[in-house]
Design a protein around this ligand. Structure first.
Ligand code: E4P
Length: 217
């Protein structure tokens, strides 16, 4: 499973990138607002830092305007994926931009039917939002599993980009049900390493290293 980092914070992306954990980045208008940066400027910096796809979201709601914005966004760098909302206008923009040869991430997906439509429109990525379904007492992970089955039934190549990942358990479940990609905030990815037995085991080894005076260099 590929890991995308769901942030527009350059330092956080750079820190994880140094460990090989960054296969791509996703941003959205809320994350751009949080960064306090200009969208074109910060997106360019992210693209310079990361080799994989960097999702940048359009801000219009009408297809022709989305297409024009998408064509401007892809001028930033070769690794831009234009993010469009899951509306009919968004799907029209998705088809036009993918026909141009650009990567498109269709976002705000909350049903398997929506994911089916996005795949037929040629989406590179579909972004089902797990956490926001959990927020309304539905199981977001069921949606990932349903989309996996639908796409596998018909051989769609659209990648399932599990989004709105809020917990380390979401990460495990995404991998188990076969999401192609998970996008998660840096804090969630960093928490995936935690295990008390690792800490306890290392403490014991360090005590023995000290007692025995073990040195390598
Ligand atoms: C990513 O593409 C999404 O915009 C993001 O994962 C949404 O997460 P949230 O529901 O925690 O805001």
């Amino acid at each position: 499973m590929k890991f995308f980092v769901d942030t527009a914070e350059i330092d956080a992306i750079a820190e994880l990138n140094a460990t090989g954990m960054v296969d791509g980045v996703t941003t959205n208008p809320s994350l751009i607002k949080k960064s306090g940066r200009d969208i074109l400027e910060v997106t360019k910096e992210i693209c310079d830092l990361v080799d994989g796809p960097v999702s940048a979201e359009v801000v219009s709601t009408e297809a022709d305007a989305m297409i024009a914005e998408g064509r401007k966004l892809v001028e930033i760098a070769d690794n831009i994926a234009v993010k469009v909302p899951l509306t009919w206008d968004g799907l029209k923009a998705c088809k036009a931009l993918t026909d141009d040869g650009h990567k498109v991430n269709v976002t705000l997906c909350f049903s398997a039917n929506q994911a089916l439509l996005a795949a037929k429109a040629g989406a590179t990525f579909i972004s089902p939002f797990i956490g926001r379904l959990d927020d309304i007492n539905l199981d977001g992970m069921d949606l990932i599993a349903d989309i996996r089955q639908v796409y596998d039934n018909y051989g769609f190549e659209t990648e399932i980009l599990a989004a709105s990942v809020r917990t380390v358990n979401h990460a495990t479940q995404c991998a188990l049900v076969g999401a192609d990609v998970m996008t998660a905030p840096p804090a969630v990815i960093k928490s995936m390493i935690n295990h008390p037995l690792t800490d306890k085991g290392l403490d014991a080894f360090l005590a023995d290293i000290k007692d025995a005076g073990i040195k390598i260099l």
